[in-house]
Design a protein around this ligand. Structure first.
Ligand SMILES: [Zn+2]
Length: 186
């Protein structure tokens, strides 16, 4: 008995596009990540940039449960969601000459909690392509403020307390400009 049945019918199409979407292909990415306490996470995510459907399959391998918290560490999960929920795959926005790539919202239904900043509209594929980051922070009276980081992973220079996202992005743009000027003078 060969595995012919498995090869044809146990493997299924990774997802279903939204009604009316004319795209037939998916952008597929894989995840391989070490987790704490010797755990490991492997996954596959399919994204359609046309209808924004995201389909994720994840397997976590490790000790059955965290000895401290009791959280399950091993298992599989799958979900169908939207680009707005994961951030990745959402359209980039241009502010102060930089492109803003949204991250996931902090809470469901909220706007993105952070944005990666690049010089290019293209979705960044490596940390080296990221020029900076801006993130929402809670102010002292519960108000919304923004933190800006120039550089990424880790930022080389960070400033807190901007009143708007635009102001935070402008600060990063200024750091990039200053750095370029200093390098040109050196
Ligand atoms: Zn689609």
């Amino acid at each position: 008995m060969t595995n012919i049945h498995r090869e044809y019918f146990d493997w299924q199409s990774i997802g279903v596009h939204a009604p009316g979407c004319r795209e037939t292909l998916w952008e597929v990415r894989t995840l391989h990540r070490k987790r704490y306490k010797g755990g490991y996470e492997a996954g596959m995510r399919a994204l359609c940039r046309s209808c924004s459907v995201v389909r994720e399959l994840l397997a976590s391998i490790g000790p059955e449960a965290d000895p401290d918290s009791g959280d399950r560490l091993s298992g599989t999960s799958e979900r169908t969601t939207a680009a707005a929920v994961v951030g990745y795959g959402s359209p980039a926005e241009r502010v102060a000459g930089l492109w803003l790539h949204p991250g996931p919202p902090l809470l469901h239904g909220e706007p993105p909690g952070a944005y990666l900043l690049t010089a290019d509209r293209r979705t960044p594929g490596a940390p080296a392509e990221v020029l900076g980051i801006v993130a929402r922070q809670r102010g002292r009276r519960g108000g919304l403020l923004w933190t800006a980081g120039y550089g990424y992973h880790p930022p080389t220079n960070t400033t807190h307390g901007f009143k708007s996202r635009t102001a935070a992005v402008r600060w990063v743009a200024e750091q990039i400009h200053q750095n370029a000027t200093e390098e040109a003078q050196a």
